[in-house]
Structures are given as structure tokens and as C-alpha cells.
Design a protein around this ligand. Structure first.
Ligand code: ZN
Ligand code: ZN
Length: 260
């Protein structure tokens, strides 16, 4: 995986299993050019995310590890932030106070329901309604302009929940909104190891994103050093087959292209 980047990784500061250093060493071992950390930041008091009061610790640790390994790898400072409609100002305040390279905006909640881990409410709506709700939130997240990267775009399929009818119109509208927002989409390979056993987003979505001119970046959603750059070869094959010839990277929230 020489010359590549992995922009979605979690350390023990949120719900990852190891500290930054072990993740960085694994990334060096795999030959990556850049590793970006993206620990969870959530306005809700959940045990899998950093709380605002702890953020200076995260910044300090990132700067320390970046300095220590700067001769071997570039360490990027990102966060994966939960989007909540109506909380844009509070989210902006947190983002603006951190020296970040990028912000991944993710939707893990529909109202108070964390559909990403709690399966109890699946079936409350039809799958079509669930998709409309989820992608409605994704559209709001993109429109907020807060985020550089839209996280695991079709994660609503995680537990193999698929729409009853074709949702092409919903997907197209979502892609239009993302394109207009200027955000990019990540090809997150973590979904391959989840029940849906597919990249998030999958091929159809990538084709839609390409047709709208939405750039992509690449990430593993690693929660353990062994997961860094997982499934990157098939991911690159899929991107090239789809028609993507570059991915994007970020430096202090400025984007540049990396040929693949
Ligand atoms: Zn996530
Ligand atoms: Zn994540």
C-alpha cells in the first residue's frame, strides 16, 4: 500500500483499541504515506466518543506523535463528528477551535436512535422511509458546510437493510446536495467486515458520485492497528473500474489530489 493514505481511524481516545503510537507504527509498516486519525466527537454523552472537555488532550497527543514520526510518515489530525440537525453552531464552535486537517461528518443517529449499534428500532419504519430519513440527515449534514468528508455514505445498509423500492431519485438528490456543498465522500473499507459485507459506499453509489463530479478519499475505519489499510487493493480496483483516477488528501483543511 505504498504511497497511500488512510483517513478514518480510531484510537483508544474514542472507541479504538490502541493508542496513536501503535496505529502509526502499523501504518508505517504498511508503507502508507499518511495516516489520519478521526476519533469520534459527539455532542451526546456517549462512551465511544471524545467529550469536548477532553479535546486538548487529543490535540496534544496528535502533535506529539506527528513530531516523533515526521521523518517516516505524515500524521493528519481529523475528527469524525456526529451530525445533529439544529446543533450546527455548537459543532462549528468545536471545529473552529481545533487545528484540524479535515472533519468527517457522519450520521449515526436518527433522532436519539443510534442505528449504527442499536438494532432495536429497525422495522419501526419501512426501509424506504428509513432511507428517506437517513439520507435527509446526510443532506442536511452536507448542506451545513461543516464537513470536509461525508463519512461512510450508505452506512444505513450496515445490518443488510435495503430499500423496498428503487431509491435512485433519493440518491441522485443526495449526490446533488453533496456536490453543491463542496464536501468529498470517503470510500470506507470497514463495511466489508460488517454484516453488509460491502464498501461504504458501494459501487452504485460510487458511480453516482462520479457522475456528479464528487471527489473521493480512502479510509479503513480501523479500530485496531491490524485494520489499517484493510481491503485497500480491492477498493483501489473498484475506484479505477468506476472511473476514479485520483483520491484527495487534506492539509489544514486544504484539499489536493493523489493519483491512484
Ligand atoms: Zn462512523
Ligand atoms: Zn469511524
Amino acid at each position: 500500500m505504498r504511497g497511500l493514505i488512510d483517513y478514518h481511524t480510531h484510537s483508544v481516545l474514542s472507541d479504538g483499541k490502541e493508542p496513536y503510537e501503535k496505529m502509526v507504527l502499523a501504518a508505517i509498516e504498511k508503507g502508507l504515506d499518511e495516516i489520519g486519525f478521526s476519533d469520534h466527537v459527539c455532542l451526546k454523552p456517549v462512551d465511544w466518543a471524545m467529550q469536548e472537555v477532553d479535546l486538548p488532550v487529543m490535540t496534544e497527543q496528535i502533535f506529539e506523535i506527528r513530531e516523533k514520526y515526521s521523518h517516516l510518515i505524515t500524521v493528519r489530525y481529523g475528527i469524525e463528528m456526529d451530525y445533529f440537525p439544529g446543533e450546527e453552531r455548537q459543532l462549528a464552535r468545536i471545529i473552529d477551535n481545533l487545528p484540524l486537517d479535515y472533519v468527517i461528518g457522519s450520521v449515526h443517529f436518527i433522532d436519539d436512535w443510534n442505528f449504527d449499534s442499536d438494532q432495536s428500532l429497525y422495522g419501526k419504519w419501512t426501509n424506504d422511509e428509513l432511507y428517506a430519513r437517513y439520507f435527509g440527515l446526510v443532506q442536511q449534514a452536507a448542506s451545513s458546510g461543516l464537513f470536509d468528508i461525508i463519512g461512510h455514505l450508505d452506512i444505513i445498509k450496515k445490518f443488510c437493510v435495503y430499500p423496498e423500492t428503487d431509491q435512485g431519485h433519493l440518491f441522485e438528490e443526495t449526490a446533488r446536495v453533496i456536490k453543491k456543498s463542496g464536501a468529498v465522500v470517503e470510500l470506507n473499507t470497514g463495511g466489508v467486515d460488517r454484516p453488509c459485507a460491502d464498501f461504504t459506499p458501494g459501487q452504485r453509489w460510487l458511480e453516482i458520485c462520479l457522475s456528479h463530479g464528487i471527489p473521493v478519499t480512502l479510509s479503513s475505519d480501523a479500530h485496531h492497528p491490524s485494520q489499517i489499510a484493510r481491503h485497500f487493493q480491492p477498493a483501489l480496483d473498484l475506484l479505477r473500474r468506476t472511473g476514479y483516477h485520483e483520491i484527495v488528501r487534506f492539509d489544514r483543511r486544504n484539499r489536493s489530489a493523489l493519483a491512484i
